[in-house]
Design a protein around this ligand. Structure first.
Ligand code: URA
Length: 251
């Protein structure tokens, strides 16, 4: 048996639990399942990937005050079944004080290798939108994904992976506190807005994500296949520039 916990340690544990419960409540969790000894669920074999929450790691996610604290709290994440397949966690890149954040779906092969979002072909197009279209530098904005690990074979992320990973994005956005989010592509848009409405109906209009203005637009990878729709993305980006009060290239 170990030594009994001191008052100070108990107070620390109580604070961690309170922070974690409040954090889950903000995410919309209304209750926690009860684990009943001898219940069928308790007899199931342990999952290969730890499904249990590491209370202290996740309390430190909720308590992170800077992006580097948040990155440290995420650590060498093993919270979902993507972990064994990825090379590294692709956390995000850019300005911690950015007024504008771009959110994509998940890292692809190039991002998984380099550890930075949007560095492949689609990323080059996003960089052009930022630099040539908006006349900003990539370092002026922040770029992240809903999912921080590459899904094998670039398949769509699954609901349990989104549920595990989205809190990290939410905390990233709370820390950065941007004025505008641009959500890139059907998956990011539908996930963040909790809707199945087609992106063609969502794009070009303002939406709300936890109190931040969100503009959905097409994913740069889609634009590589459908260059004719660049005009629509430019319309959406001009609305963003209008709200941010920035100039940019003439239409
Ligand atoms: N597509 C995404 O959605 N995100 C990336 O980081 C790269 C490609």
């Amino acid at each position: 048996m170990g030594t009994p916990a001191s008052q100070g340690q108990l107070a620390k544990i109580a604070r961690a639990i309170a922070t974690y419960v409040e954090y889950q409540r903000e995410l919309g969790v209304l209750g926690f399942p009860r684990s009943v000894p001898g219940h069928a669920a308790a007899a199931r074999p342990a999952p290969r990937v730890a499904a249990s929450v590491d209370l202290f790691a996740d309390a430190s996610v909720a308590q992170a005050r800077t992006l580097s604290e948040l990155r440290a709290a995420i650590g060498d994440c093993r919270r979902c079944k993507l972990a064994p397949h990825r090379t590294q966690v692709v956390f995000g890149v850019g300005n911690e004080r950015a007024r504008l954040v771009f959110v994509g779906e998940a890292p692809g092969h190039d991002e998984d290798v380099r550890g930075e979002p949007f560095v492949g072909r689609a990323g080059q197009l996003l960089t052009e939108i930022i630099t040539k279209g908006m006349r900003l530098r990539r370092e002026d904005v922040y770029i992240a994904n809903v999912i921080k690990c590459r899904p094998p074979g670039n398949r769509n992320p699954e609901p349990d992976e989104v549920a595990t990973c989205e809190p990290f994005l939410l905390r990233q956005l709370e820390i950065i506190a941007p004025e505008v989010i641009v959500a890139l592509g059907k998956f990011a848009v539908q996930t963040l807005l909790r809707t199945k409405t087609p992106i063609t109906q969502l794009r070009g209009r303002w939406h709300d994500y936890h109190g931040i203005r969100l503009m959905p637009t097409f994913h740069p990878a889609y634009l590589l296949r459908n260059p004719g729709d660049k005009r629509l993305v430019w319309d959406d980006i001009r609305k963003v520039m209008g709200v941010l009060g920035i100039g940019g290239a003439p239409a």
